[in-house]
Design a protein around this ligand. Structure first.
Ligand code: GRF
Length: 200
């Protein structure tokens, strides 16, 4: 059975694009059935629409609690009946009320190695640490999101990325993003294979 993916993205959507491309080329047996953004202007929405993927915007309302937001999000996402929900640059922390609906089904892409640099601007922070002589490498991980912890769930796939003396933040970012795009497909491949395996 082709895996149904819902992707949540707040920004550019290059990881979404990598996922759509891998589905269309049949590199993975999956289909992106919906994309949600919390930002009307997210370019990820344009990318989805270009590939005839349904989209929705769930923008935060003033004074809304995280649970209230997540309940609205869950209503949209659940209608697409996903097997896997991918957080691809989704800039909100999801509450347990949402996550408990999708046990072992929500995954996140984070541009740092496990246990390092949680939160935003991880590539920039790694590059600053390199410039200060306290780091030679960084990396990318794809992990499960079992709870409200930020960038720290069980790891599905990880890849180290060396930082070179000639790197600028721009060249490092380009290499990190290329690594993300490959790693998220590896992680999805693993999950899809596992979901297809008969329970023993
Ligand atoms: C990526 O660096 C991802 O690892 C992080 O947010 C960024 C999203 O980039 N969580 P894009 O929108 O997929 O281009």
């Amino acid at each position: 059975m082709t895996a149904r993916l819902v992707v949540l993205a707040s920004g550019n959507g290059t990881n979404l694009q990598a996922i759509i491309d891998a589905c269309e080329s049949k590199q993975i047996d999956a289909q992106v059935v919906g994309v949600v953004s919390d930002k009307h202007e997210a370019f990820a929405l344009n990318r989805a629409q270009c590939h005839n993927v349904e989209t929705a915007v769930v923008a935060a309302k003033p004074h809304e609690t995280r649970q209230q937001y997540d309940a609205r999000l869950a209503q949209i996402v659940s209608a697409w009946q996903p097997h896997i929900v991918v957080l691809a640059g989704f800039m909100r922390v999801l509450s347990n009320s949402f996550l408990s609906l999708y046990p072992n089904q929500v995954i996140n892409i984070h541009p740092a190695l496990p246990g390092e640099l949680p939160g935003t601007h991880a590539i920039e922070r790694a590059f600053t640490e390199f410039a200060n002589g306290i780091r030679q490498e960084t990396g990318v991980m794809v992990h499960f999101v079992p709870d409200e912890g930020v960038d720290n769930g069980p790891v599905i796939a990880q890849q180290t990325v060396r930082i070179h003396a000639a790197d600028t933040l721009v060249t490092l970012e380009a290499r990190m993003h290329a690594t993300e795009h490959a790693l998220v497909i590896d992680a999805l491949q693993q999950l899809i294979t596992q979901q297809k395996a008969p329970a023993s």
